[in-house]
Design a protein around this ligand. Structure first.
Ligand code: NAP
Length: 446
C-alpha cells in the first residue's frame, strides 16, 4: 500500500494489521526512516502501535521510496522482486492533496500509477487486485443534465453522477489535483482491459488504435469528504474545514453556507478505511460485468464506486449549532480551546471573507498562526461560490461561471453501499460529543 503516513492510509494500515487473513503489509513510504514515519503516523491518529515482536509488528514491512514513478517503484531490485513475489492486493492512497498545483506537477504520481499497475500484472501469486483512491472532484464539472441532457438526471435540478466511467476529461474540476485523478482513473481502466482485446478505451474515443490492457481487476473509488475519525475526533487541522473553525475565535464569526457546501457529506476516516477494504474484498467476488470496460471472461475489469455517505447533514442547521454547544461547554475546558473558540456570529460568506482579509491585514505576520484560514482565502471564495450568492436559487439567477457550482450534483452510491456495510451505516459526525473532540484536537495542535 501507499499513503500509510497520511490520514486515510494510517487507518487502512491499522485495519489490515488487525486482519488475521492478511500475512504481510508492504508500505511504500518517503524518507529514510520508513518504519519510523509509519509508526508516527499511527500514533498521531490515536491508533495502536504494534507491540515489538507482536504478530502485527511482524506483518508490517515499511520500505523507503522517494518516487513510485521511478523504475522499480524507486525500490532496489531485490526489494521490488520481494514485493512482486507475494503481492495480492495493491491499495494506492498516496497523492499530494494540494489544490493549488498544476496537472503537470502530478507527472510523478501518474507515472507511479502506471508502475503499480505493472507490478500488479507481474505479481507472482497471480495478478494482484488494485484499488485506486480517486476523488469526487473528477466529476465536479459534469454538465448540468437539465440543460444538456447528456447525463442522468434525478429531477428538480439535480445531476446524478453514476458509479461508472466519467465520459470526458473535461468533467473534472479545473484543478491539477482533480485532473490528475481523472487521468489516473483512465490509466487504471486501460490496465483492466483484457491483455488481448479488440475493444479499447482508445478506439471508443477515436484514439490512435487498439492497445491491449493488462487484464487486471481494478476498483476506482471516488471518495468524498474524509473527516475526523469516529472515536477520537482527529481531523487534520490543516484541511479547509478545520482551518475555518480554527479561525472562528479571531474573527468571532463563521460563515453560513449554502448549496453543495452547506450539505455536510462528511465521512469518518475510519469508516472510509473500512469501506476501502470491504470494496477491495469485493474485487475477488464480483464478476466485473457491470460497467463499460468489463472483462469478465478473463476475470479483470474496472469497478467504479462513489464513496459518499448515504446521509448528509446541514452546515447551518446542524453543524453550527453543535459547534456552538461544544464551544460553550469548552469555555470551562482547556485554556487552549477557551482562548481560540468561544462565541461566534453567523455571517454570510462575503462578509466573512471581508472580515478575514481585514483582520489578516491588521495581524500582519501573526495572521499565519492566529488566522490560519487566511492562507486559503481564495480557495474559500471560489469553492463557496454558491454561498456567496446567498442561496442556490439566487446563484442560478446570477448567470456566471458554473465551474464551482456543484449545488445540483449528487453522487450515486447504491453500488458502494451494497458492497460495503461500513459505508451503508456510515455514522454522522454532527453530535456535540464528537464535535467537542474535534475542537480539542484542533486547538491542542494550534
Ligand atoms: N482528504 C479527503 O477528504 C480526500 C477526499 C477524496 C480523496 N482523497 C484521497 O485519499 C487519499 C488519502 O488522502 P488523505 O486525506 O489521507 O491525505 P493526507 O493525510 O494528506 O495523506 C497523503 C498521503 O500521500 C502521500 N503523499 C503526498 N504527497 C506525495 C508525493 N508528492 N509523493 C508521494 N507521496 C505523497 C503522503 O506521504 P508523505 O507523508 O510522505 O507526505 C501521505 O502518505 C489521497 O489519494 C487523496 O487524494 C482524500
Amino acid at each position: 500500500m501507499t499513503g500509510a503516513t497520511g490520514a486515510l492510509g494510517a487507518h487502512i494500515l491499522n485495519q489490515l494489521l488487525d486482519n488475521p487473513d492478511v500475512s504481510t503489509v508492504y508500505c511504500l513510504v518517503r524518507g529514510v526512516d520508513a518504519l519510523g514515519r509509519v509508526s508516527e503516523s499511527l500514533k498521531a491518529r490515536g491508533l495502536n502501535l504494534p507491540a515489538t515482536d507482536s504478530q502485527q509488528a511482524r506483518k508490517l514491512k515499511a520500505l523507503t521510496t522517494d518516487n513510485v514513478g521511478a523504475p522499480h517503484l524507486g525500490l532496489s531490485v531485490e526489494e521490488y522482486d520481494k514485493v512482486a513475489n507475494s503481492t495480492t492486493l495493491i491499495i494506492h492512497a498516496a497523492w499530494p492533496v494540494n489544490f493549488n498545483i498544476s496537472l503537470s506537477s502530478f507527472r510523478p504520481q501518474i507515472a507511479g500509477v502506471r508502475n503499480l499497475l505493472d507490478l500488479a500484472s507481474t505479481a507472482a501469486p497471480g495478478k494482484a487486485r488494485v484499488v485506486f483512491i480517486s476523488s469526487i472532484s473528477t466529476a465536479f464539472n459534469l454538465p448540468n443534465t437539465n440543460n444538456s441532457g447528456n447525463s442522468s438526471s434525478g429531477g428538480g435540478g439535480v445531476t446524478m453522477v453514476p458509479e461508472s466511467r466519467i465520459p470526458s476529461l473535461e468533467h473534472a474540476a479545473k484543478t491539477g489535483y482533480a485532473r490528475s485523478k481523472l487521468v489516473a482513473e483512465r490509466i487504471c481502466e486501460a490496465a483492466a482491459l483484457p491483455s488481448t482485446t479488440t475493444t479499447t478505451i482508445a478506439s471508443s474515443t477515436n484514439g490512435p488504435g487498439p492497445d491491449p490492457g493488462l487484464g487486471l481487476s481494478v476498483a476506482i473509488l471516488r471518495v468524498g469528504q474524509i473527516a475526523a475519525d469516529s472515536v477520537n475526533g482527529i481531523w487534520n487541522p490543516q484541511e479547509h474545514i478545520p482551518l475555518l473553525v480554527r479561525s472562528a475565535g479571531e474573527l468571532s464569526a463563521l460563515p453560513r453556507l449554502y448549496g453543495y457546501e452547506g450539505r455536510c457529506e462528511w465521512m469518518p476516516v475510519d469508516t472510509v478505511a473500512a469501506t476501502v477494504l470491504q470494496l477491495a474484498s469485493r474485487l475477488h467476488q464480483r464478476g466485473h460485468n457491470n460497467n463499460s470496460s468489463s472483462n469478465s471472461s478473463s476475470g479483470g475489469g474496472t469497478s467504479f464506486y462513489n464513496v459518499v455517505p448515504p446521509r448528509s447533514f446541514s452546515w447551518n442547521q446542524t453543524f453550527l449549532p453543535a459547534l456552538r454547544a461544544a464551544a460553550a461547554e469548552e469555555l470551562g475546558g482547556p485554556t487552549t480551546t477557551r482562548s481560540w473558540m468561544g462565541e461566534f456570529e453567523e455571517v454570510g460568506i462575503e462578509e466573512w471573507l471581508l472580515r478575514l482579509r481585514a483582520r489578516a491585514e491588521i495581524l500582519g505576520d501573526e495572521a499565519e498562526v492566529r488566522l490560519p484560514a487566511f492562507k486559503l482565502a481564495e480557495y474559500y471564495e471560489q469553492t463557496y461560490s454558491a454561498s456567496i450568492a446567498g442561496s442556490l436559487s439566487e446563484k442560478k439567477e446570477k448567470k456566471g461561471s458554473d465551474d464551482n457550482d456543484r449545488s445540483g450534483l449528487r453522487f450515486e452510491n447504491a453500488k458502494a453501499c451494497a458492497d460495503s456495510l461500513a459505508l451503508k451505516t456510515c455514522p454522522e459526525l454532527s453530535n456535540v460529543d464528537i464535535v467537542r473532540k474535534m475542537l480539542r484536537h484542533w486547538f491542542a495542535s494550534s
